[in-house]
Write a protein that binds this ligand. Structure first.
Ligand SMILES: [Zn+2]
Length: 599
């Protein structure tokens, strides 16, 4: 084998030459605008004949949509990469604003199109979609049509969207503004310091318990001081959402999030039921962790406390090789995909100033390529982020050749491939740990994540469903919000903690996000769905890869129950699949308990 050295800087030139000054990109934006306008004009002038003669128009306009979407996503991906690689790139911000306005124009036209579909009778509709090429898109088209049917008239929905700008969405923005003003004070070496919310929350993973406790006290105090404003914001934001639901005749607040995630309520309830039945194991872990930290019971601020000794760093080359090798143990195509991604410079990992924080994987549909962004400094968590993002890239890669309209997967399955890839690498890292301290640190990290997804997210889900029910009767006071949150946390953590975080309803951004309602259960679903597939893969070995790829290809063109039935032959409304998935988490806990029993 020849020793290859991978570059840790990505190549964006293959898409558009010259970065944010690219004239190729300026032309691309112009062309995108023209395509959107073409689509919008056609829709504006269309009156469905409500007969099979509509097929011709539908075929044509769907091609227009695909052409516009390909260009629009390509543009958005390029701008996203420019902004991430250099946060000072002023020209990229201008491009970003342009892409946003193009997307808005496209969405408006798409809304009108979906609305017109509702004027076609059901029988005609089914006949229209019965043949190639429309049959392939029948799920997504019918879904759009059904969603439009369940909304108010085109004019009423347009009015709601207009009012949302200064109503609904403004409450979300007000939240961000309030949070940006919050400072949490700490005393560092005798000096009083003011931390931002983000800086302060990093301190919860400090190994020093006293430091965590003090931060937590000040953290609660700071949020408490703003609680009146935050409660008002939350009450109006949820009130707006509930009013819209009421006008549309939607009684269940879970209707919209379940629909967006293409899943049944029964599936959701079964998932939580299996989680609840297995909570005792999680409690056993929390108790052991308390003992190891020398306390009676853990507190909220101990949940992210590190344990064990930090694993050794891996250079970018070592990290890449480690990922490639372990992907190969699962399947050839995943390994080849990773190697090609490294070789063809799909990854921006260089540790240098001026880059945006965080990591992502983005897709350039016109080129059928992805790009991964992160800052790689060699920590074990960097290696797993890299594997995670490569997993996203593999998902898109697996979907090659699928019509773009069938590639728009929902949040609950979006993390399937990424979690899967991360699990492969995380398990390998635990196995390869050089000593017990390192092994414990890596295992603890995995279990902490399980606790977050099965307990913390559960608390958010319980709080949010209960809160929305109460909000239907009128605004909910700060005291009551605290009470609802405290009860939800006690329920979700099975009373296993000493101190809780009643103001979590204020400090957690997710309750204030207006683009997506109920930003909680899809995380847990995605995690366990992926683990369930991982469990099968472990049983079946290498031959599983083909099955896995066909599942990924279908993630955006059917409900999750059908997806699981078709590819895994399991019924998601029944407990078996979920039990298998939760068991993977329990295995980690068992290993942790075994390794620490004599410490
Ligand atoms: Zn992800």
């Amino acid at each position: 084998m020849t020793a290859t050295t991978y570059s840790d800087v990505w190549n964006l030139e293959v898409f558009f030459n010259g970065g944010s000054d690219s004239s190729e990109f300026a032309d691309h934006l112009e062309r995108t605008g023209q395509l959107i306008e073409l689509f919008a004009t056609k829709v504006d002038n269309w009156t469905p004949l409500n007969s099979l003669e509509d097929r011709q128009f539908l075929q044509e306009v769907l091609e227009d949509i695909e052409n516009a979407v390909v260009k629009l996503i390509q543009a958005g991906a390029f701008v996203g990469c420019l902004l991430a690689q250099n946060t000072e790139d002023k020209k990229a911000y201008t491009h970003d604003a342009k892409v946003t306005s193009l997307s808005a124009a496209f969405q408006t036209a798409l809304g009108s199109f979906d609305n017109l579909l509702t004027t076609i009778d059901d029988e005609v509709w089914q006949e229209l979609l019965a043949n190639e090429p429309l049959v392939e898109l029948s799920f997504v088209l019918t879904e759009s049509r059904e969603r439009a049917k369940e909304k108010l008239s085109k004019e009423e929905e347009a009015l709601i969207s207009a009012l949302e700008v200064d109503g609904y969405h403004s409450w979300g923005q007000l939240y961000d503004l309030i949070v940006s003003k919050i400072k949490i004070s700490i005393n560092e070496n005798g000096e009083e310091k003011q931390l931002s919310v983000g800086q302060a929350s990093n301190k919860f993973s400090s190994p020093d318990r006293d430091e965590r406790a003090v931060i937590f006290q000040n953290w609660e105090k700071a949020w408490g001081a703003q609680a009146d404003f935050l409660a008002k914001t939350l009450n109006h934001l949820s009130g707006f959402r509930l009013s819209v639901y009421e006008k549309r005749g939607w009684e269940d607040v879970l209707k919209e999030p379940l629909n967006i995630n293409r899943m049944e309520k029964e599936t959701l309830e079964t998932m939580w039921a299996v989680i609840s039945e297995n909570k005792l194991k999680l409690v056993a872990y929390l108790e052991r962790k308390a003992k190891l930290l020398g306390v009676e019971k853990l507190s909220w601020y101990d949940l992210e406390a590190p344990f064990g000794t930090t694993a050794s760093n891996l250079s970018y080359q070592e990290g890449a090789k480690f990922i490639e090798q372990n992907f190969a143990a699962f399947g050839e195509r995943m390994a080849t995909f990773a190697r090609d991604a490294f070789e063809d410079q799909w990854i921006e990992g260089e540790d240098r100033p001026g880059k945006a924080p965080g990591g992502f994987c983005t897709f350039f549909p016109e080129s059928e390529q992805s790009r991964i962004f992160m800052t790689y400094s060699g920590t074990p968590s960097n290696v797993s982020t890299l594997a995670h993002e490569l997993g996203h890239g593999f998902h898109t890669f697996a979907m090659r050749g699928v019509p773009l309209l069938n590639r728009n997967y929902a949040m609950n399955v979006a993390e399937t491939a990424s979690t899967f890839a991360e699990m492969i690498v995380a398990d390998a890292a635990v196995k390869n740990a050089k000593d017990i301290g390192e092994k414990l640190a890596l295992l603890d990290d995995k279990v902490q994540r399980t606790v977050a997804l099965l307990m913390n997210i559960h608390a958010r889900y319980l709080f949010e469903t209960r809160f929305y029910e109460e909000r239907k009767q009128g605004p909910v006071s700060v005291e009551r919000l605290n009470e609802l949150m405290l009860t939800a946390q006690k329920d979700a953590y099975c009373d296993a903690l000493e101190e809780y975080h009643p103001l979590f309803w204020a400090s957690k951004l997710h309750f204030f996000i207006t683009d997506v309602p109920f930003y909680n259960f899809p995380y847990t679903f995605g995690y366990l769905f992926s683990l369930g597939i991982y469990a099968e893969a472990l049983e079946e070995g290498k031959g599983y890869e083909d099955k896995y790829i066909s599942l990924l290809r279908d993630t955006a063109s059917m409900p999750v129950e059908e997806l699981a039935q078709k590819h895994l032959q399991v019924d998601l409304t029944q407990k078996d699949f979920w039990e298998k998935a939760v068991h993977i988490c329990i295995d980690d806990i068992d290993e942790f308990l075994e390794l620490t029993k004599d410490i």
